[in-house]
Design a protein around this ligand. Structure first.
Ligand code: ATP
Ligand code: MG
Length: 180
């Protein structure tokens, strides 16, 4: 499985809709300071369900919506879609292409979609559980996270290995069953 495409519209500095295509292998994003490189990884984190405005380097969730410039009016919503090649069925859903979408309005209301069908945030979280791709997965390692992983407590480190080895799904199901 790999990330094929990212579509961003009205998210942070991306007023106009942009489409980034990723091939297999390594993609490097380069550009001057403030040009929007980190906004791309913020967009990926956000569509995977990040709920913390702070992690997204803002004060409140509304800050992810394009705020306008001297020449352009602010926008009313932000939308990001990620398209995965799922021909190997890493994601437990019977489609070769999986598109995950999130949209947020200034009211704070969020909408989530899997392959263009409305769903809950929980469905997206479950889809990526144990794949390492979720918002807390090890596929996105922010600045400073490497140090954090090395210096963190052993139980917290175990958490990372549990997600990587694929047993997190069962732990969460067990916790949910115990709650009922
Ligand atoms: P660096 O090399 O310094 O890390 P970068 O390429 O990672 O820079 P980003 O942090 O991705 O840059 O982008 C910052 C830019 O995004 C700033 O110019 C900021 O004004 C703009 N920006 C952030 N949020 C919004 C928003 N809601 N609306 C419009 N522009 C925004
Ligand atoms: Mg940056």
């Amino acid at each position: 499985m790999h990330l094929k495409r990212l579509e961003v519209q009205g998210f942070k500095s991306f007023a106009e809709k942009i489409v980034l295509e990723f091939n297999s292998g390594i993609t490097a994003v380069v550009g001057p300071n403030g040009s929007g490189k980190s906004n791309i990884s913020d967009a990926i984190r956000w569509v995977l369900g990040e709920q913390s405005a702070k992690t997204l380097r803002g004060g409140k969730m509304e800050d992810v919506i394009f705020a306008g410039t001297e020449h352009r009016k602010p926008l009313g919503f932000a939308e990001v879609s990620l398209c995965f090649d799922n021909t190997d069925r890493t994601l437990p859903i019977d489609y070769s292409e999986v598109i995950v979408t999130r949209r947020v309005y200034r009211s704070g209301e969020s909408e989530y979609k899997i392959n263009k069908t409305n769903c809950r945030l929980k469905d997206i979280t479950e889809l990526f559980l144990d794949t390492g791709i979720g918002k807390d997965g090890y596929s996105i390692i922010g600045q400073g996270r490497v140090d954090e992983i090395l210096s963190t407590k052993s139980e917290e480190r175990r958490h990372i290995f549990e997600e990587a080895s694929g047993i997190m799904k069962y732990k969460i199901k067990k916790q949910e069953a115990e709650k009922k």
